[in-house]
Design a protein around this ligand. Structure first.
Ligand code: URA
Length: 436
């Protein structure tokens, strides 16, 4: 087999066989062909799509590119949550400690920033010393000791996703239901979990802008999980504006700490509690989602979730004191407000542009080898439905270099539609639930 023939086959819209897909995934993981050929193949998939059978094979090939984890000797259910990606989407850092404090195991494998969206690993690495690259033996120790572990794909665990994810990030090849399903489900099945909650984002800041596309992606992932014997539910949630107020790695950690300490913005707190509730329910800790929500609220009110997060950070080499005094997290040298050109009400937000503005400030990557700046980002002052005065700040940039400040500012102005009519606040956060 030759990779160039398989690129052409997908380019021309034909279905690939099991052997061909295994050849592509295995060959790329072992570096038998270069990034430019894999990029061409990924782009062909974006343009031509994949059949259900191709998606199932791709998911399994990625899953078996490394080892799968087995926690059967740990007493209790193992559950996880994964999001398809959004702006300011930081719920993992809140719900994992809630659910671990509530008595379930959370062995979470996450990703880095992807396209205009942020990534859990980059957020965690903004905590000084935090190590997301643990070998399976150390994962086991951390998980059994504190009920949760937060890591990335490694050379041993879903290495195919590690390589393909980094390549997709910078080649415009994220927005494919097939690639997203295989990327997420290969990681989640490799984790050795019993149940999974999917947060499938829809709206201007999501990869699936239209709700019907999000529902299609959710159904694909729920079906894949069910075939693999997992209990899965997908929540279709709104991403027409950033979640919470903070965007950027260390800033988002700060906002998560606020929620874990009983404060924080209502939308972020509510979605984190609802996702935790579903995890408790699917993990059979509670008899209903409503009971799960009550348990989640209790874990915050008692301080147990915050203490769990501190414990986890210490176990993974991080500075837990930085959670108690967030000023110890990386801080940008400069701050500047971005002022509105008009008075009125916020009618709409092109949320993807806000994600790109944060990336342009240094919070994301444009090339695989780019280093990100953990301190930079955006603090929003105005969200959907809010009144804005002329020259009033819409948001504040936290930045270290002014090289691309103007570009980031233009993106913010282009993303906010401010009109005279009073505008409704955001749609409800959870639009639909799809269960297996
Ligand atoms: N999250 C992932 O892990 N993979 C994707 O492709 C998109 C979101």
């Amino acid at each position: 087999m030759r990779i160039v023939d398989l690129i052409r086959k997908k380019r021309d819209g034909h279905e690939l066989t099991v052997e061909e897909i295994k050849f592509i995934v295995g060959g790329y993981t072992r570096s038998e062909f270069p990034d430019y050929q894999m990029s061409a193949w990924l782009m062909a998939v974006i343009l031509r799509g994949m059949s259900g059978a191709e998606i199932a094979t791709l998911t399994e090939a990625m899953l078996h590119s490394g080892v799968t984890l087995d926690w059967s000797q740990l007493p209790g259910k193992k559950v996880d949550k994964h999001s398809t990606g959004g702006v300011g989407d930081k719920t993992s850092l809140i719900l994992a400690p809630i659910v671990a404090a509530g008595g379930l195991f959370v062995p979470m494998i996450s990703g880095r920033g992807l396209g205009h969206t942020g990534g859990t690993l980059d957020k965690l690495e903004s905590i000084p010393g935090f190590n997301v690259n643990l070998p399976p033996e150390r994962m086991r120790e951390v998980l059994s000791q504190c009920g949760m572990v937060l890591v990335g794909q490694t050379e041993q665990i879903v290495p195919a996703d590690k390589k393909m994810y980094a390549l997709r990030d910078v080649t415009g090849t994220v927005e494919s239901p097939a690639l997203i399903c295989a990327s997420i489900m290969s990681k989640k099945i490799a984790e050795g979990i019993d149940a999974l909650v999917l947060d499938v984002k829809t709206g201007s800041g999501a990869f699936m802008k239209k709700e019907e596309d999000a529902v299609h992606l959710a159904a694909l992932m729920v079906e894949t999980g069910k075939r693999m014997g997992k209990r899965v539910a997908a929540l279709i949630t709104d991403m027409n504006q950033p979640l919470g107020l903070y965007i950027g790695n260390a800033l988002e950690v700060t906002e998560c700490i606020e929620v874990l300490r009983g404060g924080g913005p209502a939308d972020l707190r509510d979605l984190s509690l609802d996702l935790s509730a579903w995890m408790f329910y699917l993990g059979e800790k509670t008899k209903s989602v409503e009971d799960g929500r009550r348990l989640a609220e209790k874990m915050i009110a008692s301080g147990a979730a915050f203490e769990k997060f501190c414990e986890l950070v210490s176990l993974q080499g991080g500075d837990a004191e930085a959670l108690r005094s967030p000023k110890r997290l990386p801080q940008a040298k400069n701050q500047v407000g971005v002022r509105s050109h008009h008075a009125g009400h916020v009618q709409a937000i092109d949320c993807e542009k806000i994600g790109i503005a944060s990336l342009v400030l240094g919070g994301g990557r444009e090339k695989k080898e780019d280093a990100i700046d953990p301190a930079v980002g955006i603090v929003l002052h105005k969200k959907l439905g809010h009144r804005v005065g002329k020259d009033e700040p819409i948001c504040t940039f936290h930045y270290n270099s002014d090289a691309r400040l103007k570009e980031a500012e233009s993106l913010i102005h282009a993303s906010y539609r401010i009109g005279q009519e009073p505008a409704p606040a955001a749609d409800k956060l959870i639009r639909k639930v799809i269960e297996s």
